[in-house]
Each structure stands twice: as C-alpha cells, then as structure tokens.
Design a protein around this ligand. Structure first.
Ligand code: URA
Length: 205
C-alpha cells in the first residue's frame, strides 16, 4: 500500500472503530481531513456536537475561528491536515479519559507518520500533553519544540478564545509565527523554493 492508501485505510478503520466505549455513543467518528502531504498538522482535543453530526473536524464555532486563524496566514483547511486526539465525541463534550486517549493513540501515531508534517500544532491541553506532559499552556504557548526535523508548537484551543477573548490575540500571534517556522525548517533541509506538487485527490470522508 502507498502512504496515501494507508492513510485512507486508517480513516475507514476509525469510522468503524470499537476500541473504546465512545463507539456506543458517537453518531460519526471523525478521523481527520485535509491535505495528506501537509506541512502543517493541527491536532485538537476531540469532536464536539457538530463534528459528531458531520464526521468532519472543527466544523463548529471553534472551527470558524480556526478558519480565520489560517486565513490570516494565507492558508485554508485544504492546505493543512486537521485531526484530534480522540476520534469520537465524548458525551456532553466532557474531557477525554486516559483510556480513551490510549485507545485512540495508534491512529494518531500512524497519521503523523504518514503525513509527516514539518510542523505539528497542538490545540489545547490534551494534544499538548502528548509532547509537553505537565506543562502549562499559558507558559509555553507559541514556543516550538524541535523533535528531529520537526517542530511541535503548543497553542491555546480556539474554543478557549471563544470563551475568553483575551486568548484571541495570543492565538493570532502564535499562528503568525507558523510560516517563519516552515521557512526555517525548509532552509535547513534545503527544500525552500521547491514547487509543491498538487496532492493526489482523495476523499477524506
Ligand atoms: N474541538 C476539538 O478539539 N476538535 C474538533 O474537531 C472540534 C472542536
């Protein structure tokens, strides 16, 4: 199987996954969506009401803000890959439980491996915890951590900025750094200026 076929296969496995009890309460699992060879992968917490209805990530109010943040750096959601730590909605949008995160972990591991993004943006504390266990988001947001050839950048969750407007300028500030991070990584690897090929078409739903 090519990496693209493997990614599509993972997405279909997610849609019928029975690895934890969230399978009993979900309407639609939400594997992820976007460009399979994206430079930027955004990882949120888990589907909410609208994502559970539609089977797509970040399609509610937080998703609208995410679209604005991407547009401010000249991108849209087809330019990036968006997924979540949990692929199924926790009832009532409660916090993900450790056993649910563990059950879903292999899906996210494989997605990261196959998409192989230059930059991973963690949105909120549950995706941050994977790379920055015990860290406080208010202290480390926007500060990239190098992991080999990749940067992982912790950011506030867009929903936090909807509830507390003071986080909105911080999110905008952190997003605006992303093109510079990509340019830095490309300069290091000698790939700057190389024209990108259009991605193969695939249905991510
Ligand atoms: N919040 C998330 O963390 N993920 C979504 O897909 C939607 C809202």
């Amino acid at each position: 199987m090519t990496p693209l076929e493997t990614l599509v296969a993972i997405e279909s496995r997610v849609r019928t996954c029975q690895l934890c009890a969230l399978a009993d309460t979900r309407k639609n699992a939400v594997p992820g969506a976007g460009r399979p060879d994206a430079d930027i992968m955004l990882i949120g917490e888990g589907p909410g009401y609208h994502e559970n209805e539609q089977g797509l990530p970040f399609v509610g109010a937080a998703g609208k803000l995410l679209d604005e943040l991407l547009a401010a750096i000249g991108l849209n959601r087809e330019d990036v890959y968006i997924t979540n730590v949990l692929k199924c909605r926790p009832p009532g949008n409660r916090d993900p439980q450790p056993e649910e995160i563990d059950a879903c972990r292999a899906y996210l591991d494989r997605q990261i491996e196959l998409i192989d993004p230059a930059v991973i943006v963690t949105l909120g504390r549950f995706s941050m915890a994977r790379w920055f266990p015990g860290a406080r988001i208010s202290t480390i947001h926007g500060q990239p951590m190098r992991i080999g050839a990749r940067m992982v950048v912790p950011m506030f969750h867009p929903a936090a900025a909807l509830h507390q407007p003071k986080y909105r300028p911080m999110l905008h500030h952190d997003f605006k750094q992303l093109p510079g991070f990509i340019a830095q990584l490309q300069a290091e690897s000698g790939t700057e200026g190389v024209a990108e090929q259009p991605p193969e078409q695939l249905s991510l739903l």
